[in-house]
Ligand binder design. Structure first.
Ligand SMILES: [Ca+2]
Ligand SMILES: [Ca+2]
Ligand SMILES: [Ca+2]
Ligand SMILES: [Ca+2]
Length: 362
């Protein structure tokens, strides 16, 4: 190494002397002489960058997820729908409430740029005997190609007390091929000491008294289980990222839980959750999370719960019309969907702005 280095230094000095010589002969255009190529480091001199990658290189996978099973789904605020031009984003009333950790900022700070790949519009979850599957769908503008180069994450609240307990995230899934499951960029973090959300879960506070998600269970194949969590670009939709993680991440006693999703241009920092405790309202942009939905359970009126949802499809069932009234200030509108009836249609009528009625034509 020292030999290489000294040769390199010698080469640089030689080059500098040559350049100086040609500069002193101001009008002597001797470009070919000085054009001795800059001493680009030969490959043999740059062994270091690959050394850090080696810790991932030997990882062997035995279980790779198959086709996702996605049965629960919910809508998030659809900023793209109201944004007619990319330099004039329109965020729906109530969609961005930093104080209650409900964030819709697929924009820059002064609202002069809209970033559709950070605008979560819909998200899903399902399971088979081995895996929990999930996806995050972002706004897909007509006639342009989506590049999902942000960080996308699932936050899961197993005890349904409004603070997240597990964080599954993927950094820049756009580097993968559509349909190819990878652990590249995938991490799983746990809040073992239960201080995500600080003193007031869900509500923001002056400063973050906790350490967020402090235990990393999985880093791109490193961890107790090299196959613990995966992500990929959807094979069907370039604006959708899909996740799969082992059911072993769900505590044995948990039968249903809350989950919600994130999209952020900056890499999400697990130790800074909740973001509305760590940061002030005007400090973070190009970021958003979704409303929350319950996996494997009926809807309940919980903080930030999503207002529109269609549960598991069961063929042969009656069809129900589920409607949700979105209140955008002076412009309320109602969206509805006719699909297989949920287990308890009446329960929807207990949720503000929602209704369910049996008997419609799909
Ligand atoms: Ca959104
Ligand atoms: Ca919790
Ligand atoms: Ca808090
Ligand atoms: Ca913690």
């Amino acid at each position: 190494m020292s030999i290489h280095k000294s040769m390199l230094v010698f080469g640089v000095i030689l080059l500098l002397v040559t350049v100086a010589c040609s500069l002193t002969g101001l009008f002597s255009p001797a470009p070919t002489e000085t054009a001795a190529p800059p001493p680009e480091q030969p490959p043999a001199d740059t062994p270091e960058p690959t050394a850090t990658a080696d810790q991932y290189a030997g990882i062997e996978h035995t279980m790779i997820p198959g086709e996702p099973v996605l049965v629960y789904w919910a809508y998030d605020c659809d900023t793209g729908r109201y944004t007619k031009t990319a330099n004039q984003p329109v965020i729906g009333g109530g969609c961005d409430q930093w104080a209650i950790n409900f964030i819709e900022r697929p924009t820059n700070q002064d609202l002069s740029m809209y970033y559709p790949h950070l605008d979560i519009t819909r998200f899903q979850m399902g399971k088979n005997e081995t895996w929990i599957f999930a996806d995050i769908q972002t706004y897909k503008p007509e006639g342009s190609t989506t590049v999902l180069n942000g960080t996308y994450a699932l936050e899961i609240d197993f005890d349904m007390d409004s603070d997240g307990d597990l964080l599954v995230m993927v950094i820049n899934p756009s580097t993968g091929e559509p349909g190819e499951w990878r652990t590249f960029g995938v991490q799983v973090w746990e809040d073992v000491n239960d201080d995500v959300g600080g003193d007031t879960p869900f509500f923001g506070e002056e400063s973050n008294p906790g350490d967020g998600y402090e235990v990393m269970l999985f880093d791109q194949g490193l961890g107790d289980d090299p196959d613990l969590a995966w992500a990929r670009l959807s094979p069907d939709d370039p604006a959708t990222v899909e996740f799969a993680f082992k059911r072993s991440l769900v505590p044995f006693e948990v039968t249903k839980y809350l989950w919600w999703t994130w999209a952020s241009q900056e890499v999400l920092v697990p130790g800074q959750f909740d973001y509305n405790d760590t940061f002030d309202d005007d400090e973070v942009y190009q970021i958003g999370n979704s409303c929350r939905w319950i996996f494997d359970g009926p809807p309940e009126p919980l903080p930030n719960i999503c207002k529109y949802q269609q549960p598991t499809e069961e063929p042969g069932e009656e069809y129900c019309l589920i409607e949700y009234t979105v209140n955008l200030g002076e412009f309320p509108y109602t969206v509805g969907n006719c699909g297989p009836c949920p287990q308890d249609c009446d329960a929807y009528n207990e949720i503000p702005n929602m209704s369910c009625s049996v008997g419609c034509e799909p």
